[in-house]
Design a protein around this ligand. Structure first.
Ligand code: RAM
Length: 345
């Protein structure tokens, strides 16, 4: 079965190489100039489905996917649920429509681990390649992970532990209760706390659904419910920005620590005004860039998603598919007052 797939993939790769060679002979100068990438009939058509639209994090990742598509000569179409719509099956209809349209690949940050699988499997049945990025499902060809999940979790606990002096009550303000990525990080953060930080107590975990207003309100409620709270960890760019906005004009500014995963462009003000000292993230533009190159490699048959498969991802260089079909972008990065001006995503 695998061999057959490999043979088919090899044939597809040959056919594509031939067609690329023909296109090249046609004298195209390589710059299609149409924002979502160029490409002729053989160009990979990729539909990108973020968790929701209107989130600067996914605007950056989609920009990265578009940049990649321009380089490899494919097209990107971004569709997805509206801002703050993070329910388990909010992405199903977009997967079904893209399948009917006969795209070559889907690149999805999943709102739920399992709820998308029927529609994803229907897409795979008609040979659409499925890449998840940022937030995984239990069904896909490859998951492009932003960083090692354990590293993401322990980095956030290390940051909050430092900021509260190693002891006291903390709470987590997460995204949606069904989010695969946040739930995995939360589980790993809980384990790290138990094993390594006996003096820190996690008193509450609340969900802002990656909706700015809900995250803001949940922050206010947390502070009211836990008068001894010393810190908040928010492993979502939407949550941490909303929590920072709340804290920055409240009596808790500088008294209750806040860290987690933030986009530097959204956090700059709050680092400068002393609400937040340090937080972490990776580059979402690079994540989208790598996810699109991964989809293209699957479509071309350069990889099948098996451990050990290697492919070139433009400027980022060569990547290898690891165990369970996971490709890891790199390590998380810590932002603070010394470096935040150097970043614009
Ligand atoms: C939000 C989303 C995304 C997550 C980042 C850190 O933008 O929940 O899935 O990876 O935060």
């Amino acid at each position: 079965m695998l061999n057959k797939n490999r043979r088919l993939a090899a044939l597809a790769a040959l056919a594509l190489t031939a067609s690329v060679a023909l296109t090249a002979c046609g004298g195209d100068d390589g710059d299609s100039g149409n924002g979502g990438g160029g490409g002729g009939d053989d160009a990979a058509k990729i539909t990108v489905i973020p968790k929701n639209l209107g989130n600067p994090y996914f605007e950056a990742s989609t920009a990265g996917s578009e940049r990649a598509a321009k380089e490899f000569g494919g097209t990107i179409d971004e569709v997805g649920p509206g801002s703050g719509e993070s329910g388990p099956d909010t992405q199903v209809s977009f997967i079904q429509t893209a399948t009917q349209q006969g795209v070559n690949a889907l690149v999805i940050s999943a709102n739920d681990q399992d709820a998308l699988c029927d529609s994803i499997e229907q897409a795979q049945e008609v040979d659409i390649k499925v890449v998840t990025f940022d937030s995984d499902t239990s069904c896909r060809d490859v998951f492009v992970s932003q960083a090692d999940a354990e590293g993401i979790a322990t980095k956030q606990i290390e940051l909050i532990a430092d900021q509260i002096g190693g002891s006291g009550e903390i709470a987590i303000l997460s995204a949606a209760a069904n989010a695969t990525n946040q739930n995995e990080w939360i589980k790993l953060m809980e384990e790290d706390l138990k094993a390594n930080y006996p003096d820190i107590t996690l008193v509450d975990t609340v969900y802002g659904d990656d909706d700015d207003q809900k995250s803001f309100d949940e922050t206010a409620a947390l502070l009211q419910a836990h008068p001894n709270l010393k810190g908040i960890v928010s492993p979502t760019t939407v949550g941490i920005a909303a929590a920072a906005r709340y804290l920055s004009t409240s009596e808790f500014k500088g008294k209750v620590a806040l860290t987690g995963l933030g986009a530097p462009s959204q956090m700059k003000t709050f680092v400068k005004d002393g609400t937040v000292t340090e937080f972490a993230l990776w580059n979402p533009d690079e994540l989208g860039y790598l996810a699109a190159f991964t989809a293209d490699a699957l479509v071309k048959g350069d990889i099948t998603g098996e451990e050990g498969d290697t492919f070139e991802a433009g400027d980022l260089g060569e990547y290898t598919v690891g165990a369970d079909g996971v490709v890891v972008l790199g390590d998380p990065f810590v932002f603070n007052a010394d470096n935040i001006d150097d970043f614009d995503f």
